[in-house]
Design a protein around this ligand. Structure first.
Ligand code: SAM
Ligand SMILES: O=c1cc(-c2ccc(O)cc2)oc2c(O)c(O)ccc12
Length: 226
């Protein structure tokens, strides 16, 4: 099961994450447990890492692809200044409206969020039509359909400013990217080769400086170089 593969989240969560988790984030994590796909939510250590990064880089404008119930989105909104903005894109609005939005309103950060109900690709292409949007984002977080990560990367490299960060979730894919195919559990197989190919593409991409970090299901952080 995926939960068994996320031992680092639980291990570090007990001491380093949960005691520091904001009340709204805990409420949202508890509420998300009721959803049948709760396991795909961003992990608490992933949320904590996003919060720290956003504060380190003084992020004001960010973009997120893949919202689900809104855990990473809430972690982001809480970490931006009061006049900060996050553009959040998901093909599923109902789950965000039901789980995340009421808590986001309650903790007073809804004004920082522009939720866009759509597949991400046309929105990224639309943003790129506007010269003001090019190079305007400090940070991007990608946690959606894995086959599109390479397509998102091409667009985000133009939307994020030089020196800005792009963070991709699930780049370890339960550890399976480093496993012999024969040992990989069936439920990890469909997306595994997409993540292996994506990791290979990032490894030789001269436009970014990268680091893969074993937070949650593995995240890869890219800093735009030019
Ligand atoms: C792993 S979940 C995101 C988890 C979220 N970051 C969190 O904090 O819980 C993936 C999300 O990507 C969305 N998604 C899948 N394909 C998409 C696409 N082409 N464009 C935008 N969102 C997409 C799904 O609807 C789902 O909500
Ligand atoms: O098991 C999953 C599946 C996804 C997933 C699959 C298809 C999509 O279009 C989007 C997301 O994402 C996951 C995820 O982000 C995670 O942290 C754990 C498991 C899964």
């Amino acid at each position: 099961m995926w939960s068994q593969l996320r031992v680092p989240s639980y291990g570090s969560g007990l001491t380093s994450v949960y005691p520091r988790e904001a009340e709204g984030l805990k409420d949202l994590r508890d509420a998300t447990e009721a959803h049948p796909w709760a396991i795909i939510a961003t992990s608490p250590d992933g949320g904590q890492f996003i919060s720290l990064l956003l504060k380190l880089i003084n992020a004001k404008k960010t973009i997120e692809i893949g919202v689900f119930t809104g855990y990473s989105l809430l972690a982001t909104a809480l970490s931006l200044p009061d006049d900060g903005k996050v553009v959040a894109i998901d093909i599923d609005k109902a789950v965000y409206d039901e789980y995340g939005l009421p808590i986001i309103k309650k903790v007073g950060v809804a004004h920082k969020i522009s939720f866009i109900h759509s597949p991400a690709m046309p929105i990224l292409d639309e943003l790129l039509q506007d010269p003001k949007e090019e190079g305007s984002f400090d940070f991007a977080f990608v946690d959606a359909d894995k086959p599109n990560y390479e397509n998102y990367h091409e667009r985000l490299l133009k939307l994020v400013k030089v020196g800005g960060l792009i963070m991709y979730d699930n780049t370890l894919w339960g550890g399976s990217v480093a496993q012999d195919e024969a040992l990989v559990p069936d439920f990890l197989k469909p997306n595994r080769h997409h993540l292996i190919n994506f990791n290979r593409a990032l490894a030789i991409d001269p436009r970014v400086e990268i680091s893969q970090i074993p937070v949650g299901d593995g995240v890869t952080l890219c800093r735009r170089l030019y």
